[in-house]
Design a protein around this ligand. Sequence first.
Ligand SMILES: Nc1ncnc2c1ncn2[C@@H]1O[C@H](COP(=O)(O)OP(=O)(O)OP(=O)(O)O)[C@@H](O)[C@H]1O
Ligand SMILES: Nc1nc2c(c(=O)[nH]1)N=C(CO)CN2
Length: 206
Amino acid sequence: MAGTQTTDTQKPNTLKHRAVLALGSNLGESEDTLERAVADLVAGGVQLVRASGLYRTAPVGGPAGQPDFVNAVIEVTTDLGAYELLRLCNAVEAAHHRERLVRWGPRTLDIDVIDYDGVISEDPVLTLPHPRAQERAFVLVPWAQMDPQARLTVTHRAKPSGERPDEVPEPLSREVVNVAELSRTLLGADEDAISYMREMQVPDQP
Ligand SMILES: Nc1ncnc2c1ncn2[C@@H]1O[C@H](COP(=O)(O)OP(=O)(O)OP(=O)(O)O)[C@@H](O)[C@H]1O
Ligand SMILES: Nc1nc2c(c(=O)[nH]1)N=C(CO)CN2
């Protein structure tokens, strides 16, 4: 029936994929970079559903003495597949002069895929949910602020062998938890890890 046909741009939201992305920056004009990165992601094929505020966070890992980060989390819908979305995130990082010099070192922009339709994958190219999100207050606190009902599949893993810094050990078991509860537990352990800065100015959508 001609009247019921939809084009891609008219596709109802329910048929789209839903993803959570975490953004971080600790070099350059970090607040501007994060806001421009959201606009670039929207131009690249995601629709913004909601965004956390901007948070100032103490660096986790990496070289001593690097500057504090600005972090935020966004929820998007998209027609992009998970790997296409990762490629878009990498392209937006590159457009903001992201260089991979030191692991967990200072960077103009980092965009991680935290969740994609609740998919679970151990592929090292795209591990889902992001394997370190569950231990990172700089991801969980903004995520919980943005979506107090958010849930995350937490993976309990074997002990790391210590052979490789980017090692993601074998999964032992999984459980679904409330992100707000998990973030409260993490914050209780380190209250100075993260502080709210201000709302993010999100771009108009086409
Ligand atoms: N969920 C994911 N989101 C983003 N990158 C991922 C994900 N899972 C695996 N990767 C892979 O991780 C690799 C390293 O990514 P990146 O350089 O952004 O790491 P990082 O930001 O320094 O550290 P971390 O991965 O701990 O956030 C990339 O090549 C990417 O393919
Ligand atoms: N506070 C903070 N620390 C980090 C961050 C980040 O975004 N914020 N990203 C890292 C690697 O992705 C490593 N450490």
